[in-house]
Write a protein that binds this ligand. Structure first.
Ligand code: IMP
Length: 437
């Protein structure tokens, strides 16, 4: 595993935390390259549940190097809370096993405030953000008014750059949103006081990761959110503000694209979304509620109930396609146990038009209706199964039918939250029709 990307192939919450935790056992370095504390990666180890927002899931494995790359929007308060929370539970976290890019942009209180005020301003057009300041921080990065971690470590730069940034943001908060300004000295001392605690983690993480790769270390890139939330290729404007797929890695971790050897998409055996925006295969009413309860589909970061629906094959072909996925992993397969019949989206309709593939060129995909094919369900508990051939026949038929529809091999199935609740598939168990490459 020289350099492998693991990314979400749906709208986030695909169970990446668990898979990355599992893959981290075979890696030497685990790297986050985009997003911020809007992510919530849940990992269960020996019955103990960890929810990681910023720190790579590799932190739970002793001896791994964990890296927060320059493309991450870093909330330093949340970062230090997470460090302390892990230490309090006996996890070793220090400047030798956790590195933070000096070039990562910093999320301040004014970003969080503006995120929430902008949502109010949008009214019915709101995105349903996590309110963690992600969009405003990336907007400042692009506008070249943001502060980076290295700025925070330099008292003079921190003062002058935060003063300039806050003057503009306070005008926005007061004049557009009619809310009280933030006090510059309070904000400066709140953030500048963290510099000493951040400093031991900070460095040129790009150089460190490239050097590790050149020394034959195995690198794992941990995507956050999902490909359908990608700023360019997702359901814009109902997206997050970063490049969530493989293409986020070169920019967000200073790692050459051509060194990335494999790309593994993660997707549930069904589909969920939090926040607003189109979700063609969403199931409203009792069916959606049944999936939500079976899968305990509530957000790890915000606790919001997730919208639930069926797996959508053209959507999967789209995200696995533009990311050049070499394989994918199907999670939460156990959640489908007990459904008499399991529909899978196979195409769309909009008025009199039909689409066999995800219609990314449309201005928006609201109003698309999904055409489904249904597969018979199974009733046996599969949470203790560890070998593919021991799965109920109908369950295997579902997996293989989906694999055929999507055309990318499924390398593993996940059947529960624990580390060991996985079923790897041997190459001979993957039918040729899955387009092995
Ligand atoms: P933001 O990233 O907080 O700006 O939110 C933008 C959109 O992305 C909203 O619909 C959020 O619900 C969604 N989102 C952000 N992070 C995650 C995540 O980790 N999982 C699922 N959805 C997310």
């Amino acid at each position: 595993m020289p350099a492998v990307s693991v990314f979400g192939a749906q709208w986030g919450d695909e169970g990446k935390g668990k898979i990355i935790d599992l893959k981290a056992a075979e890696a030497d370095v685990v790297v986050r390259y985009q997003g911020g504390a809007n992510a919530g990666h849940t990992v269960v180890v020996a019955g103990a549940k960890y929810v990681l927002h910023l720190i790579p899931s590799g932190i739970l494995h002793p001896g791994k190097l964990n890296v927060i790359g320059n493309g991450v929007a870093l909330d330093p308060i949340k970062f230090l809370q997470e460090v302390e929370g892990l230490r309090a539970r006996g996890v070793r976290v220090d400047g030798t096993n956790l590195r933070l890019s000096a070039s990562a942009h910093v999320i301040f209180e004014h970003h969080r405030r503006i995120d929430q005020l902008s949502e109010r301003w949008r009214g019915d057009g709101r995105i349903g953000t996590t309110g963690r300041g992600i969009g405003p921080c990336y907007a400042d990065k692009a506008a070249r008014t943001g502060l980076r971690v290295s700025d925070l470590l330099d008292p003079e730069l921190a003062r002058s750059r935060l003063r300039a940034a806050l003057a503009e943001k306070n005008a926005l908060i007061r004049q557009v949103h009619g809310e009280a300004e933030l006090d510059f000295e309070v904000e400066l001392s709140r953030y500048a006081s963290l510099a000493g605690q951040l400093a031991p983690f900070v460095g040129d993480t790009g150089a460190q990761v490239r050097a590790a790769w050149q020394a034959n270390r195995r690198i794992l890139f941990e995507g956050a959110q999902g490909a359908m939330l990608d700023i360019d290729h997702g359901t814009y404007p109902f997206v997050t503000s970063s490049s969530t797929g493989v293409d986020g890695i070169p920019a967000g971790a200073a790692f050459p694209a051509r060194w990335i050897e494999r790309a593994i998409g993660i997707a549930k055996a069904y589909c969920t979304r939090v926040g607003e925006g189109p979700f063609p295969s969403e199931q409203h009413g009792a069916l959606g509620e049944r999936i939500r309860e079976a899968g305990n589909e509530y957000g790890a970061t915000t606790g919001r109930p997730r919208r639930c629906g069926w797996l959508d094959a053209p959507q999967m072909r789209y995200t696995l396609g533009w990311n050049g996925a070499t394989s994918w992993i199907m999670t939460n397969l156990d959640v489908l146990t007990g459904f008499d019949s399991i529909p899978v989206g196979v195409g769309y309709r909009l008025g009199s038009k039909t689409y066999a593939e995800y219609p990314a060129a449309l201005p928006g995909i609201e109003g698309l209706e999904v055409e489904y094919t249904s597969f018979p369900g199974w009733s046996e508990d599969i949470t203790a199964v560890r070998h593919y051939e021991r799965l109920p026949r109908r369950c295997r038929e579902y997996v293989e039918a989906v694999e055929k529809l999507i055309g990318v091999p499924i390398e593993m199935l996940s059947v529960g939250p624990e580390r060991d609740q996985v079923i790897p598939r041997q190459p001979e168990q993957i039918p040729a029709h899955a387009g092995a490459r």
